[in-house]
Design a protein around this ligand. Structure first.
Ligand SMILES: [Mg+2]
Length: 242
């Protein structure tokens, strides 16, 4: 099970002036029955009400959200526009707001090699990630564009699980998807609190990586490695030792 921000790709991504236009286009495509004026005021409201959270994620994707969950924020926005907020509409808008990231950053060095090595070791890769707008379906689009999708078996996000890590829901869902006991799972991530601690509590093994962070002062992880090539070696050694 692998974390994404600070593990497979950088901790943060830059915002672009074109993001608003991109979201406008994507929401318009998701809501073809709405006229241009209605789309304009809905998107303006969505962008304004989520601005604090988006800025926080430009500094760190690990930053705890200071705004309500995406579904609640979108529901409130639709209500202010006098539009019905049924669950399908909310999900369509949430995916539209998850602008693709593949054009603004690359996977961290060794990320694709790590995923390929996991496959070569006969293991499966399940993404276990905290997100705001993104669910598994949005993430698949990102990973396809970044050339990583072929190495990934399943994706579980906090949007899908209904709670942010360190809540155990993301890992519990990932264990169900893996279909094997927690003792046979290894969690790879860059945060002691979000990745290592909840994984240990569920009886999983852990590798703390810091390809985009300072060296941690201490960790309870089974292995602590500076980059993703070392991570692949640590994983191999872990399998070898049983
Ligand atoms: Mg992370």
């Amino acid at each position: 099970m692998i974390d994404v921000g600070g593990t497979l790709w950088p901790n943060s991504w830059p915002f672009r002036q074109t993001d608003a236009a991109g979201r406008h286009e994507r929401v318009a495509a998701a809501m073809p029955q709405l006229g241009a004026a209605a789309i304009g005021s809905l998107v303006a409201d969505l962008i304004e009400s989520s601005r604090i959270g988006d800025h926080a994620r430009a500094i760190s994707t690990e930053t705890p959200p200071t705004i309500p969950a995406a579904e609640i924020l979108i529901g409130a926005s639709l209500e202010r526009q006098g539009l019905p907020a049924d669950v399908n509409v909310v999900n369509r808008i949430r995916r539209a707001m998850a602008i693709p990231v593949a054009d603004r950053m690359k996977p961290l060095p060794g990320a694709i090699e790590l995923l390929a090595e996991i496959r070569a070791l006969g293991l499966r890769t399940i993404i276990a990630s905290n997100t705001y707008w993104r669910d598994a379906e949005s993430y698949w689009d990102d990973f396809r564009l970044l050339g990583m999708a072929a190495h990934i078996d399943a994706i579980v996000t906090s949007v899908d699980a209904g709670h942010l890590k360190p809540h155990p829901a993301v890992f519990e869902m990932a264990i169900r998807v893996a279909g094997c006991p927690a003792q046979r799972c290894v969690v790879i991530g860059n945060r002691e609190e979000n990745d290592v601690e909840p994984a240990l509590a569920l009886g999983m093994r852990t590798i703390l990586v810091y390809p985009d962070d300072p060296k941690p002062a201490s960790s309870r992880a089974h292995a602590v490695v500076p980059d993703l090539w070392e991570c692949a070696r640590a994983l191999k050694a872990m399998l070898h030792d049983g």
